[in-house]
Design a protein around this ligand. Structure first.
Ligand SMILES: Nc1ncnc2c1ncn2[C@@H]1O[C@H](COP(=O)(O)OP(=O)(O)OP(=O)(O)O)[C@@H](O)[C@H]1O
Length: 308
């Protein structure tokens, strides 16, 4: 794959803050027009990576391109074609919706500012509320306004850092519908999230922990390559069973999901051996299941922690 097909193509990215290696030898390839999920625990280096990709931070080492431009030498060109939505609401709460969009358009130095703001207001469906103060919008609308602001200059790539944190499910769904509509027009989206349902709405995803890339691919590929086996069990006394299962050989996770326990491990034979005595327990129904992304990521994080 080359620059025609890849929006992001970087390798060996490293960023240190003093003694801390925030991003460690990271390689990332994101195809044009895809929605690429960026997952990982708090402090794993997602924001730092995003900031290196859009030229706001200079990597200590590594190389590559973003939209075909060199991430070290051509940061000005990159910034012009990238829309970056930061983790926290970065617009002015005491400016109106329109004033915020207008202000952002001025920062981009846009010649056709008024037209772009009008178009954006129409598209957002906020034309009749343009005089409302941004601070009075609901969390979901704030995020949509922030997205509209970073789309004003028609970027080819969107870098969205936890855009839906703390937003209710309906507003999150609307936001993601919007992301998919943008991707359908050819815009590439790299989006960080802690929500597993959002991870599943990505075309491909990467999982990083402690600055290292631990998994990459489609959801199906990540599940397939995880090497994790999960059994679910429905049982009358779930908590008593959970207590007995925890710590047994081959059992690395025992997690209740409502009335069902998820019991996972990486050694299928050992896991089966350990659960065998409980298989016949009356009132218990065991089923082998596909591991969830959450099971996989927690397992990876634990393993990575052991190796740090
Ligand atoms: N400017 C900085 N100076 C010093 N340390 C920093 C700086 N920016 C980030 N870090 C540290 O680098 C590590 C990675 O941080 P980063 O914000 O990239 O993680 P993240 O994956 O985005 O986390 P979260 O999910 O909480 O947003 C953290 O330990 C953080 O404290």
């Amino acid at each position: 794959m080359n620059n025609d097909t890849l929006a992001i193509d970087v390798t060996g990215l490293v960023k240190r803050f003093g003694d801390l290696v925030a991003v460690n030898d990271l390689a990332l390839q994101v195809r044009r027009g895809e929605i690429y999920g960026f997952l990982g625990p708090n402090g794993s280096g997602k924001t730092t990576t995003i900031r290196m990709l859009c030229g706001l931070l200079t990597p200590d080492s590594g190389s590559g391109t973003c939209l075909g431009y060199d991430v070290i030498r051509e940061t000005r060109q990159i910034k012009r074609q990238v829309g970056y939505m930061t983790q926290r609401f970065s617009l002015y709460e005491d400016l109106t919706i329109r004033e915020n969009l207008d202000f952002t358009a001025r920062i981009y130095g846009m010649a056709n500012r008024n037209e772009a703001v009008e178009r954006s207001l129409e598209r957002l469906g906020l034309a009749d509320r343009q005089k409302q103060l941004a601070g009075t919008l609901s969390g979901g609308w704030k995020q949509r306004l922030a997205l509209a602001a970073c789309m004003l200059h028609d970027p080819k790539l969107l870098l969205l850092d936890e855009p839906t944190a703390g937003v209710d499910p309906k507003a999150r769904r609307d936001f993601w519908d919007e992301i998919h509509q943008l991707a359908a027009t050819g815009i590439t989206v790299l989006v960080s999230t802690h929500y597993m349902d959002e991870a599943e709405r990505c075309h491909r995803l990467a999982y990083i922990a402690y600055g290292h890339l631990l998994a990459e691919g489609t959801v199906a590929e990540v599940v397939e390559n995880s090497g994790i086996v999960t059994w679910t069990v429905e049982c009358a006394d779930l908590y008593a069973l959970a207590a007995k299962l925890r710590g047994l050989p081959g059992v690395s996770q025992v997690v209740p999901f409502g009335n069902v326990l998820h019991v996972s491990g990486t050694d299928a034979a050992l896991l089966e051996q350990s659960i065998e005595p409980f298989r016949e327990q009356s009132g218990c129904r065991w089923t082998q299941a596909s591991p969830g992304l959450e099971d996989i990521f927690i397992q990876m994080m634990e393993k990575a922690k052991d190796n740090v």
